[in-house]
Write a protein that binds this ligand. Sequence first.
Ligand SMILES: C[S@@+](CC[C@H](N)C(=O)[O-])C[C@H]1O[C@@H](n2cnc3c(N)ncnc32)[C@H](O)[C@@H]1O
Length: 285
Amino acid sequence: MAPTQDKHSSQELLQAQVDLWHHALGFVKSMALKCAMELQIPNTIQNHGGSMSPSELATKIGLHPSKLPRLRRLMRVLTMSGIFVVHEVALPNKEVAYGLTPTTRLLAIDEVRSSLSPFLSLLLDSTVTAPFFAMHSWFLDEHSTSLFEKAHGLNVWEMAGQNSTYNQLINDAMVSDSNFLMDIILRECGGVFLGIKSLIDVAGGHGGSARAIAKAFPQMKCTVLDLPHVVEEAPTDDHVSFISGNMFKHIPPADALFLKVHPLNFSSSLHTHTQFTIGCHKVCI
Ligand SMILES: C[S@@+](CC[C@H](N)C(=O)[O-])C[C@H]1O[C@@H](n2cnc3c(N)ncnc32)[C@H](O)[C@@H]1O
């Protein structure tokens, strides 16, 4: 027989209620992070030497003094989640000081490493978050493909093709992710590129990855293949060439294909994979 509510102590029931609240309010963490990025908090703390009191921060980001208690609450959410850290320094007015963590350093603009904030801006954009409000109806609709398409009536790439602001948001996000990851990939397993004379970065966006490979291997001919609306907006580059096309229809011949994708972005349908595999077989000569 299933256990009844009576079998649980009051303590257990109250803990269960807290767990439900934590779960239901989980979105506050991601929205607090979005807000901190939009208020430029990571950059502001970094430019101030890596540590700032709430009132210094409020002044620097242009908040009205009445918002100071709310700023403290925002920062409490973010310090509890490990996004920022609190330095218990004895400032004259007994204020704490906020500092960056390895996580927030990835969001601040750095001379050495590129910031991941364009990628986070895409993840936290309403085009990505809003479809989750209708997840139940996606489950109930046996014909719907992706959650994104169910909500917007278009897939991600069709939407980027129709909306230039969204196109820019995606392309900037991908470049920031590639700049970050390629640094690590080339350091950890750059050897896999040795001896390759020509490479196509398939669905390579604005060429963040191809640029990094071309810089590390200047003898290699690096080409990016992507959809026309992406290639049209790509910045020109002396070391990387761009071709517009559909990877499911034709991929030009090359020694190697490079494909870096995100699980969010491509449909996992068998049709998609089959089409791409056929394309690859035609290229690998
Ligand atoms: C997740 S992004 C990855 C971009 C790049 N590889 C990177 O990691 O920075 C996926 C890319 O696939 C491109 N794409 C989608 N469908 C495509 C197709 N049928 N042919 C060529 N490119 C396509 C999109 O325009 C987008 O630039």
